[in-house]
Write a protein that binds this ligand. Structure first.
Ligand SMILES: Cc1cc2nc3c(=O)[nH]c(=O)nc-3n(C[C@H](O)[C@H](O)[C@H](O)COP(=O)(O)OP(=O)(O)OC[C@H]3O[C@@H](n4cnc5c(N)ncnc54)[C@H](O)[C@@H]3O)c2cc1C
Length: 453
């Protein structure tokens, strides 16, 4: 069987007998431990087609791997076939047309490094090692989201290998139903082998973290909920409840200290940044640390990379948030104080501004009138802490969930079952199921937040 699979491909096939197997099966989330039968390192669209056909003929479960960052570990599966796209790392920038074509093995860092020399950027997430592919197909939010929308709002077209092995292009003009579903519906419909994005003029930004003592957190959170909706869209501060990491980048006397953080990005010149930052500096208590400074956009994008190497234990839960009433702030402060490790955190990422100018039924991602995407993440290097991380994130989420919109961002979910998938897609679920029936009627692509046919 393996010979048959190998005969179809240019890329490597790694199985349990291969010296590279242990390394190749690792995912970013060290809490996930899956043993696939084959890992196919795809080097081209032809390899992807060969692997998909092989999976269909043999009935093996198929997992699709872009950057491997998915918390639930959907980039792998026990005893199945992993379509590993990590060797497909091409990026081609069209500086005049301000578009970028990105292959599915690229991380955000690969994309940012390719666009930055042209003074361009595509809105995406805030950690450079995250895969462009999984992030995009779930929605994608980050520092440029308030200004330019979600990553999917900047997707122009995608090449997709379907369950029957056909390669098609989905865009507003071609297969618009599939294009609609890809923008938030995850890996349910096929393997995307190329993304084409609109890019924007972004070069040097003003940003970084500001840390407040946890004793000031209530005041900061109350201020933030009023400030954000009327802040210029070029300014995107996200809020975090966490601890100061014990690393040289931060003053030793702050290590391990509980904080409320505002992590800022202003896409504009430093002299205008003063104006934008004035309310923060005048209306909030004195911070423990203000690390905001002009820096190249890719530098801000990779600021937190050293804190979050692959292999840490992660358990996270998310929800979409519209308002932040005092009662919710109380819940946040109570549960954040019980964080089980120094790296564990709660973040509220802004998804207002440009995101709200798209209709809830225009893409599979439907949260177009919300303010934040929330994540509660238990994180620690020690595998022995897995239960504590999980228990804390679940309890915290349970307590704050009544104050949220109800559904979540699929990229901030573990494998949480069909009810959570239904709650997340809401009114868009029936249309997603229709698209699934049209493009993947046998549910070949089921290792994901599955849209049932
Ligand atoms: C440290 C960290 C920071 C993060 N920060 C952000 C953030 O700022 N903003 C944000 O929006 N998200 C963020 N995320 C969440 C991130 O979007 C998800 O983890 C996402 O799944 C990562 O994509 P990936 O390609 O790396 O993952 P993978 O695990 O490789 O893929 C995830 C899933 O996506 C699907 N998929 C991947 N590639 C393809 C493809 N080519 N075709 C079809 N389906 C595919 C598959 O179902 C796959 O299982 C962060 C995650 C981490 C771990």
């Amino acid at each position: 069987m393996t010979t048959d699979l190998r005969d179809r491909l240019r890329g490597d096939v790694i199985d349990a007998g291969d010296d590279r197997y242990e390394e190749a099966r690792q995912l970013y989330n060290g809490m996930i431990d899956k043993r696939p039968r084959f890992i196919v390192r795809c080097t081209s669209v032809t390899d992807v087609i060969g692997a998909v056909r092989y999976g269909r003929e043999t009935g093996l479960a198929i997992a699709i791997r872009g950057g491997g960052h998915n918390g639930a570990g959907f980039a792998s599966c026990d005893d199945g076939l992993v379509i590993d796209l990590s060797p497909m790392k091409g990026v081609r920038v069209d500086p005049e047309g301000r578009t970028v074509r990105v292959e599915p093995g690229c991380t955000q860092g690969d994309m940012d490094r390719a666009t930055h020399p042209f003074g361009l950027a595509v809105p995406a997430g805030i950690v450079s090692s995250t895969g462009v592919a999984g992030l995009t197909l779930g929605g994608g939010h980050g520092y440029l989201t308030r200004q330019y929308g979600l990553t999917i709002d900047n997707l122009l077209e995608a090449d997709v290998v379907l369950a029957d092995g056909r390669l098609i292009t989905a865009s507003a003009e071609q297969h618009p139903d599939l294009f609609w579903a890809l923008r938030g519906g995850g890996g349910n419909f096929g393997v995307v082998t190329s993304f084409r994005f609109r890019a924007h003029p972004v070069s040097t930004v003003f940003g970084g973290p500001i840390f407040y003592d946890i004793a000031d957190a209530r005041e900061v959170m109350r201020w933030y909920r009023e400030f954000l909706p009327q802040a210029p869209e070029r300014f995107s501060p996200f809020l975090g409840l966490k601890r100061v990491p014990s690393v040289e980048a931060f003053p030793r006397d702050l290590w391990g200290r509980e904080i409320c953080a505002l992590v800022c990005c202003f896409d504009g010149p430093a002299d205008e940044a003063d104006e934008v930052m004035r309310p923060i500096r005048q209306q909030l208590p004195a911070p423990l640390l203000d690390g905001c400074t002009p820096l190249p956009y890719p530098a801000l994008q990779s600021l937190f990379d050293p804190l979050l190497p692959p292999g840490l234990q992660w358990y996270w839960k998310g929800d979409i948030v519209r308002d932040l009433p005092d009662e919710a702030i109380d819940v946040h402060l109570e549960h954040a104080a019980k964080a089980p490790s120094e790296l564990s955190l709660m973040h509220l990422y802004p998804i207002d501004g440009a995101v709200q100018r798209v209709g809830a039924d225009e893409t599979a991602w439907r949260f177009r009138d919300a303010t934040w995407s929330m994540v509660i993440a238990g994180i620690d290097p020690d595998p022995a802490s897995a239960d504590r991380l999980t228990g804390w994130a679940r309890d915290y989420w349970q307590a704050v969930h009544p104050h949220t919109v109800g559904g979540a961002y699929v990229n901030f979910m573990m494998d949480e079952g069909p009810d959570r998938v239904r709650a997340t897609y809401g009114d868009n679920l029936a249309r997603l199921a229709e698209v699934k029936r049209a493009y993947d009627p046998t549910n070949l692509f089921r290792v994901n937040h599955n849209i049932e046919v």
